[in-house]
Design a protein around this ligand. Sequence first.
Ligand code: E4P
Length: 233
Amino acid sequence: MKIFLDTANVVAIKTYADMGVLDGITTNPTLIAKENRDFLGLVSEILQIVKGPVNLEVVSQTTEGMLDEAHTLAALSPNVVVKCPMTSAGLVAVKSLHKEGINTNITLVFSPNQALLAAKAGATYVSPFIGRLDDAGHEGMKVIEDIVKIYENYEIDTQVLVASIRHPVHVVDAARLGAHIATMPPDVLDKMLKHPLTDIGLERFLDDWQKAGLKLPDRGALPAKNRPIVQRA
Ligand code: E4P
């Protein structure tokens, strides 16, 4: 399963990109607004860091407006994915963008029926919002299970991008169900990375090492055959 960060925060994006665990980015108007920066400057910086899909959302409500914005966003870089809302105007826009070969993501999806329609319109990705479903008293993960099953039944190419993830258990459940992508806020990715037993284990290793007074040898003290070959430009 691919891991996307659901943020427009450049520091967080860089942190996880450096670790090699980041496959792409999702943003939305709220996340972009949170950064309090000029849109083009912010997005250009993100595009310099992330070579995988970078999802940018249109804000128009009409098909014509969405297509106009989509062309502007897609012109920024070939890895831009245009996010359109799950509305009738959004479906028409996605159908047209699909014909042009522009990758799209239908967002604000809350049911398997919406996901089926998004796929029929030609969406590259579909984004069911599981956290918001859970918040409203529904079972978000059941919606993912149904979408994955329906797409499998009909060999649909649209990728299931599990969105509105709130905690690491959501990530494990999404992976278990075979979703293609999970997008999550930086704090969830941070929680995936950390485990108290890792910290305790590391502390104990270092403590034992120090108590024994051990030291790794200097490279220069190694027999010549074990010395790394240093390549100079
Ligand atoms: C996905 O693309 C959305 O940006 C996101 O996952 C929404 O999540 P939220 O419900 O935490 O706002």
